[in-house]
Write a protein that binds this ligand. Structure first.
Ligand code: UGA
Ligand code: MN
Length: 242
């Protein structure tokens, strides 16, 4: 089965570096289709060119956050992007697996082997997330016991965005499934909209004992990489040390 990787992204100096790292992970994974969904009104030509270079089958979508949320202090990050990616799937796909891969996480290529045969919804641990540094379903002797996460927050599914994948066929069978514009509750709201129970979940990564994905975060840069090249570095103003 094809894995449809939906990656929300947004314009900032780190955008191309983040997507370079993720692309060069995905270049090592067979049978991937990458939906890069950009929270912007303006297509990023450098990004479009970079995606072409990677040779990864992909579609680039312009998916701005609705203006009623973009002024909020705590924003529903990546929600418009992921919902637009799912709309694309409803129109262009019939089977496969869908995974939401934020642009700043770190992914081991073995994660994609784990999720590829998802029948409904599969889950596994995510590292470096929340105050405990781990978010995972707890499985013992093949049986689901509960959840481990630094913030349960009254959620039915207290999991991270990077910790689950869904069968496309199953998703298409639930026409109203979508992600809510509710910061902190995006994962739970989406999983609840799928009408699943913990008994339906396929626990991967050796019964949730292996870590193949980390919620790494990138330090904000004050630099604009292309501007450094176009404006600052004109080949005359750099002192060469020898
Ligand atoms: C936290 C959670 O750990 C994620 O599972 C969840 O997806 C995210 O919040 C969320 O609120 O949706 P965090 O690292 O704080 O993750 O969030 P970011 O990585 O900054 O953003 C999540 C995704 O949305 C990224 O792929 C980012 O590129 C994108 N994003 C962020 C936008 O599309 N627009 C924005 O204005 C900000
Ligand atoms: Mn992040």
């Amino acid at each position: 089965p094809t894995i449809y990787v939906i990656t929300p992204t947004y314009p900032r100096p780190e955008q191309i570096p983040e997507l370079t790292r993720l692309a060069q992970t995905l270049m090592n994974v067979p049978n991937i289709y990458w939906l890069v969904t950009d929270d912007t009104d303006t297509p990023n030509q450098d990004l479009i060119d970079y995606l072409t270079f990677t040779n990864i089958p992909h579609t680039y979508l312009i998916t701005p956050m609705p203006p009623e949320y973009s002024g909020h202090k705590v924003k529903p990050k990546g929600v418009a992007n992921r919902n637009a990616g799912m709309e694309w799937l409803r129109q262009h796909a019939s089977k496969g697996v869908v995974y939401f891969a934020d642009d700043d996480n770190t992914y081991d290529i073995r994660l994609f082997q784990e999720m590829r045969y998802t029948e409904k919804v599969s889950m596994w641990p995510v590292g470096l997330v929340s105050k405990e540094g781990l978010s995972t379903p707890v499985v013992s002797e093949g049986k689901f016991q509960g959840w481990f996460d630094g913030w349960i927050g009254g959620r039915t599914f207290p999991v991270d965005m990077a910790g689950f994948a869904v069968s496309v066929q199953y998703l298409l069978g639930v026409p109203n499934a979508a992600m809510p514009y509710k910061p902190g509750h995006e994962e739970d709201g989406f999983l609840r909209s799928l009408h699943i129970s913990p008994n339906d979940i396929e626990f991967k990564a050796e019964q949730c004992t292996k870590l193949y994905v980390w919620h790494t975060q990138t330090k904000k840069s004050r630099h604009q990489p292309n501007i450094i090249f176009k404006k600052k570095y004109d080949n005359t103003n750099i002192r060469v040390l020898q």
